[in-house]
Design a protein around this ligand. Sequence first.
Ligand code: ARG
Length: 539
Amino acid sequence: MNLEALLADRLAAAFAAVAGAPVDPLVRASQHADFQSGAALALARSLGRPPRDLAAAAVAGADLAGLADAEVSGPGFLNLTVRDDVLAAGVDALDDRLGVARTAAPERVVIDYSGPNVAKELQIGHLRSTIIGDALARLFTFAGHDVVRVNHLGDWGTQFGMLIEHLLAVGGEDHSPGDLTDFYRAARARFDADDEFKARARQRVVALQSGDDLSRRLWHRLVEQSEVDFLAVYDRLGVTLAPDDFVGESFYQDQLASVLAELGEKGLLTESQGALCAFPPGFTGRDGEPLPLIVRKSDGGFGYAATDLAALRHRVREIGATRLLYVVGAPQRTHFRMVFAVAALAGWLPDGVTAEHIEFGAILGADGKMFKTRSGANVRLSALLDEADERASTHAVGIGAIKYADLSGDRRSDYVFDWDRMLASTGNTGPYLQYAYARIRSIFRKAGGEPGPVVLGEPAERRLALALLGFESVVDAAIAQREPHRLAGYLHDLAVAFSGFYETCRVDGSPSRLTLADRTGRTLRVGLDLLGIDMPDEM
Ligand code: ARG
C-alpha cells in the first residue's frame, strides 16, 4: 500500500479544483503528522491567496473519507493523519511482495557491473561496483524488469603480450600460472627489466590479435583461471553474477571494424595525430580544446572506448535492451558521457532507450586517502573477506556488514572503511538489522499464540504499522533514483520502530502484535535480500 500515492491522488483532485489547473499536492512523510502537503504554500503566490485559505479549501473539497483526517497547520501546511483501521488493514494485507506491484512497463535492463581485469586479482576498487550493481540487479528484477547482468571483464589488451610470454617462459601451456596477482607482478618486473622480453611481448600481442593458435590458447588459460578466481569471490560475497554473465572486452573485438565503419559513414570521425577520433560537441579539455574520444589509436589498435561503443551497440541491437546501467566509479564519468554522446549521434540510442552511468565514490582509509594496506599496496578483496570472517561472529555477519556499509550511504559519496563502525551491533549497520531479524525469529520460536488481525492501540504500534506500509514507496524510489541507500535507510528506521514497539508492547499471546512482528520480519528479510544481505535465523 503506497499511502503517499493514495493521499496524493485524493488531494490532487481537490487542489486542482481550487487552482483551476493540475497541481502536485507535494505529499511527504512528516514529523508533525503521518504525512504533510505543502501544496497550498507553493500555490499561494501564483493564485494571490493566503495559503491557509487554499489549504482549507482543498480539505473541504478532498475526498479523504475512510482514509485520513486532514488539518490545516502553521502557515498553510496540510497535516494528514491516516486512520488506524486503514493502517491495520494495510498491515494485515502485506503479502510476500509486501505490496510492491510488478511494473506495468517492464524493460530489458542491461546492468554492467563488477568488471574486474583479468590476471589481476579482484581489488577493492571493484567491490563497490559489485555490491551496488548486484543490489540494483535484485531491485530491478523484483520490480518485474527483465535484467541482463553483464560482467565486462578486462580480458583484452596489450598486457597479455607480457603475460603470455611470461607463462611460456615459466613452463608453457601445461603450467598453472598460480596466484595471478603474483604472476602479473613477476611478468611486469621481467617486462620492465628485460628488453628482449619486452620485444617478444610486443610481437606476442600482434600474434594474439591476429588469431595465432598458441597465443589464443595461452590467453584463454589465463582468462579461465581469472574467471574461476572471480567466481569464488562472488560466491563468498553472495553476488548473483554467474559464468554466463561474463562477457569480456574480447567478445567485442570482431565488432570493432564495423563500429569504426559505421561511425565513419555517419561522418563522426576525424583524424587527429594519426588516431581516428570522435569529437562529440560539448566536451572540452582543461585548455578549452575539444576533447577526443579515441576510436582507433594511431598504431591501428582499438582501446577501452571503442570496445564500450561496440558493447553499447550490441546491447541495444542484439540484446534488445531499452535501458543500460553502467555501475562504474565516478572517475570514469567523462568516458561514459562521451561514449553515450557518440552513441546517440550514431543513432545507437534511439528514442525509448536510455544509458546511464551509475557512478559511485571511493572507499577511503582512516587517513582519508584511498583505502590501502599498511604497506601502501592495493587491498585484495579476498584478503578483505578473510578479515571480515575473522572479525565477525559468522560469515553472514561479516559480509553483511561490508555490504551494508557500502550500500547505506549515498553511492556518490566517498566513505571511510572502518571495521569497528560497520560491525557495530547498534546504529545504522548490517549487524543491527540482522539482530533485529533474529530477535523476531526468536519471538516466533518462543511465543504462544497465532498471528491474527491487527488492532492498533499504543503509539508504538501505530508507528510500526506506518513504517511497515512505507516499503512500497521506498522500493519505488530506490529504483527510480537508482539509490539503494534509500532502502537501507528505510530498513534501519523500520528496525528502530520495531525496537520501540518491542520495548513497550508485550507481544506474547497477542495475535495483533504477532502479526506486526511477522510483517516486520518479512519486510526486513525481503528488503535485506534486495540489498544482497543474508539473514541468519539466530545470532
Ligand atoms: N574493467 C574496467 C575497470 O576496471 C571496468 C569496466 C566497466 N564497464 C565498462 N563497460 N566499461 O576500470
